[in-house]
Design a protein around this ligand. Structure first.
Ligand SMILES: C[S@@+](CC[C@H](N)C(=O)[O-])C[C@H]1O[C@@H](n2cnc3c(N)ncnc32)[C@H](O)[C@@H]1O
Length: 264
């Protein structure tokens, strides 16, 4: 019997098998497609290696400050007592920060990135020169004045958006995720992505789907991943609702842009 080894055919066979295995694994995750948005329910550590590269990652990973426990995360209100006022949220989703290997996979997914809460992950991210700052117009002395996003965008100017986060009780009523970002803040962040890396955007820690809603409003493609089924369902509903809003793009154009300042 003459059985000749063909290295080209062998490597093609291995490649085809690897692709088929990855496709099968990807298809095993619950997925919902709404317009230009593809939403996966599952662990981004498993899903990221199975997805194609995108233009940009815009995300807001768990900070590991135990937000699910309300004010109790750092030992209570101002570090002095038990949780009060703020709602308790289900799940252990904010008990730990993502591991360095997860950030490695997140960075590999795209050439450009915006990571909210970047100051919590500075030890795991490359040096970033252009940071974004959301000034919440905070009036409570024990709260943060704002939040910071690490970016891998070229340039040195740190930018600030001023967007009120006051009215705690009213905000808590309408809020469906404990660390839900305002859509306006995420739209503003996406506006900093350089051409051509701003068409298809991935959020591997989607939460209630704010990045997806911002992408719908800006006419971008979106891929979202969320671990918790409850927040995944909320994200699907919010993105569906965003598509239903009339005159989406006209409305977005008419909106007064939030105030922005150069900090550095
Ligand atoms: C800080 S929240 C994002 C909130 C979001 N920006 C919003 O506006 O709703 C982080 C989310 O990441 C999810 N998460 C945590 N670990 C994950 C993982 N390994 N894969 C996918 N999602 C994860 C949590 O369930 C949580 O909803």
């Amino acid at each position: 019997m003459t059985d000749t080894y063909d290295p080209d055919a062998n490597s093609k066979g291995c490649y085809d098998l690897a692709i088929a295995t990855m496709r099968e694994k990807l298809e095993s995750f619950p997925v919902v497609k709404i317009g230009d948005c593809t939403l996966y329910q599952g662990d981004c550590r498993e899903l990221l290696p199975l997805l194609p590269r995108v233009d940009a990652v815009v995300t807001d990973p768990p900070y590991g400050i135990k937000q699910a426990n309300g004010f109790g995360g750092f030992g209570g209100f101002g570090g002095m007592g038990s949780p009060i006022a703020r709602r308790q949220y289900d799940g252990q989703w904010d008990d730990d920060r993502p591991a360095p290997s997860t950030f490695f996979a997140v960075l590999k997914a795209a050439p450009v990135h915006i990571v909210w809460g970047g100051n919590y992950f500075a030890d795991m991210l490359p040096v970033g020169r252009k940071w974004l700052f959301w000034d919440k117009c905070q009036t409570m002395p024990t709260y943060s004045d704002g939040e910071m996003a690490w970016t891998s965008i070229d340039g040195v100017a740190t930018k600030r958006i001023v967007y009120s986060n006051n009215g705690l009780m009213a905000r808590e009523k309408g809020r469906v995720h404990p660390t839900q970002k305002p859509v306006e803040v995420i739209k503003w962040s996406i506006g900093h992505l350089p051409e051509p890396h701003n068409k298809t955007i991935l959020d591997p820690f989607m939460g209630s789907g704010t990045t997806g809603v911002a992408c719908v409003k800006l006419g971008r493609k979106f891929i979202g991943i969320e671990l918790e089924p409850k927040y995944f369902d909320i994200a699907c509903r919010r993105i569906e609702e965003a598509y239903k809003q009339p005159d989406l793009f006209i409305e977005a154009e008419k909106e007064k842009p939030p105030e922005q300042e150069v900090l550095l």
